[in-house]
Write a new protein. Structure first.
Length: 225
C-alpha cells in the first residue's frame, strides 16, 4: 500500500507540473499548498526498503521553486503590459484634434485656407518647384522656390490659384521637384493633417485616422503640433 501511495503521489506531482506548464486544460489545477502536501505524503509513504533518492527530492524542490518563480514573473509582466497599454490608450486619445506632419503627396484644403508641409531635399538644387493639382489632375498653382540646400524645406500654399482666386476646399495633390544635372527629380513631401480619431490595434499598435487622408501608423508621424 505504501508503494501505491508513493506512486500516486508521484503521479500527482507530475500532473501538477503539466498543469502549471499549460499542457493540460485548467479547472482542476493544483495549488502550491497541495503540491507541498503531496510531496510530504510521498516522503511519509515511501517504501523504507527503497527510499527516494536525495537527488530526486532536491530536483522536485528545484522544479517547484522554478515553476513558482515563473508564475510570479508572468503575473508581474502581465501587470506591466496592462499598464503600458492603458498609458498608450490615454496618450493616443489625447492626439485627437491635433495636427501632425505625415508623409503624403495629398493635402486637404480646409477652412483655414492653406496647406502646409515640408519637402525632403536630398542634395542642393538650383531649382525647387512645388506644383498643386486638383482632383481632376489639373495644375492649379505652381510655386517656384528657387535654389535650396540639402535638408528639410518648409512650404505653404495659400489655397489660391495663379491669379489669386481662392479655390474650393478638398484634397489637392502636392508634387515637389528638384532640378539636378541629371534632370528633374520628384522629391518626398510631408503634409500637415488633422487627426480625426485614433485606433488601437493588437500588440498596442496605434493608428492615426487623418481627416481626408486615410490612416497611418503613429511611427510614421514626424511632428505633432
Amino acid at each position: 500500500m505504501s508503494a501505491v501511495n508513493s506512486a500516486a503521489a508521484s503521479d500527482v506531482l507530475s500532473q501538477y507540473q503539466l498543469n502549471q506548464e499549460g499542457k493540460t486544460p485548467g479547472g482542476n489545477e493544483l495549488g502550491k499548498d497541495a503540491f507541498m502536501e503531496l510531496m510530504l505524503a510521498q516522503l511519509k509513504n515511501q517504501n523504507p526498503l527503497e527510499p527516494q533518492d536525495n537527488g530526486d527530492f532536491i530536483a522536485q524542490l528545484a522544479q517547484f521553486s522554478s515553476l513558482e518563480e515563473m508564475q510570479n514573473l508572468s503575473g508581474s509582466v502581465d501587470d506591466v503590459v496592462g499598464q503600458f497599454r492603458s498609458s498608450q490608450a490615454l496618450q493616443a486619445s489625447a492626439m485627437v484634434g491635433k495636427t501632425v506632419l505625415a508623409p503624403s503627396s495629398v493635402g486637404i484644403l480646409g477652412s483655414e485656407g492653406e496647406i502646409t508641409g515640408t519637402i525632403q531635399v536630398p542634395a542642393s538644387t538650383g531649382g525647387l518647384r512645388l506644383s498643386v493639382m486638383n482632383q481632376s489632375g489639373e495644375l492649379v498653382r505652381q510655386i517656384d522656390m528657387s535654389s535650396s540646400q540639402a535638408g528639410v524645406v518648409s512650404f505653404q500654399w495659400d489655397g489660391q490659384d495663379g491669379n489669386g482666386n481662392p479655390l474650393p476646399p478638398g484634397p489637392y495633390s502636392i508634387v515637389a521637384q528638384g532640378s539636378y544635372p541629371s534632370g528633374s527629380e520628384q522629391l518626398a513631401t510631408m503634409v500637415s493633417a488633422n487627426v480625426d480619431s485614433v485606433s488601437l490595434g493588437q500588440g498596442g499598435s496605434i493608428t492615426l485616422n487623418l481627416a481626408g487622408m486615410g490612416s497611418i501608423p503613429l511611427s510614421e508621424v514626424k511632428q505633432i503640433n
